[in-house]
Design a protein around this ligand. Sequence first.
Ligand SMILES: Cc1ncc(COP(=O)(O)O)c(C=O)c1O
Length: 428
Amino acid sequence: MTAFIFPPFENHGGHLTLDNVDLVDLNEKMGSPLLVVSEKKIRENYRSLDQAFRKQYSKFAIRYAVKSYANLAIISILRQEGAGADCSTPEEIKIANMAGIPHKLITFTPNNSHKNELEYGIEKGVSLNFDDIPQMRLVKGHLPEVVSFRVNPGVGGGEFPGIVTAGPKTKFGIPVDVVKGAYKEAMSLGADKFGMQMMAGSNALDWHHFDAISKAYFGLAGKISQELEIQFKYLDIGGGFGVPYRKDQEELDLESAAGCIVNNLREACSKYGMDEPELIVEPGRSLVSNSAVLLGKVTNVKSYDKTFVGTDIGMNLLLRPALYGAYHHIVIANALGREPEGEADIVGQICESTDKIGNDMMFPKAEVGDTIAVFNAGAYVSSMSSNYNGHLRPAEILIGPQGVSVIRNAESTSDLVKGMNVPEHLLK
Ligand SMILES: Cc1ncc(COP(=O)(O)O)c(C=O)c1O
């Protein structure tokens, strides 16, 4: 039986390849671990999302959620495709801007910010979404040109609880019953242009989810528009478009998701007499997740009361399984034809029992020196990585029309101590 692999990765003679580059050889040559990204796949992902919406609604914009993978080369690919950026901190705004995205195409949705962080966004003229009313009050003397709040429409959803960001008892946004008061207060402070943002959760694979949340959200925006006699320049529905992480998961039906979002928007516009606003989405995962694999080596196999496949990829490089139980598909990249043998935990080199990248996974017999490939390594992998236990971040490689490019150098020891100072009295 041949191991399942997600496209655009391929099996050539039992080895995992991307655009005819043998990834087992690449990992050998460039050093393990290694993150490998497909430029073509990112462009394809962008185009399918863009087309699904744009053919139905032309006042449409994609703002790439930089937090998902904040590499300058990756942001540049998306900028070439026409994306703006969605940022959660001033530093993300600076990175997006360094990659060539102008401030006017940047959305800034921070939470629990300092006043100076909000002021940075206002000064640069990005689209700022306040997470709460007191956050607006911090800058009431110099509000942004367009005042916008992140709202919690009362419904959330995502692949699992750790990535749900709206609904009851979530830390983000303002609840339905205080939204009107928030915009009223903004008006009393002199605001005359408005936006609204929400983000219900991540990795939703069922398009019905987008029907439910967009109905609630646009209905709320419509009511506010009618009752306060204001218009929204933009309505931003956040990200959350899912991608399969498991071989038996089906792809999100993007056409249906976009179709119901646009229908619900048009219905709310006609029901509440609202002008058609710009519709913004802030995808991260759906643009980059399936474009990359994380390659590593098997360093030990321990089989006593349970089998542990020890590798050089741990929670330092792939935090999601330890953080909130996320699943990532893993294969032996140099032996795709090897039969599954039994259940194993795939673990790293970190001194924590939670250091697992695969839990009770049906896995072939692994041997020291095998190369493993972890799929869906584009989103929330590099950007969530750390140096814990003195591990260096690996090189990041882009495979594109120019061939193989290093888009981030592997770290060295000097990166581990960068910025540290030893006071004089400790030098003796
Ligand atoms: C405000 C905001 N926008 C966009 C995103 C991107 O979400 P996704 O990667 O699910 O598309 C997130 C992710 O958490 C977010 O918090």
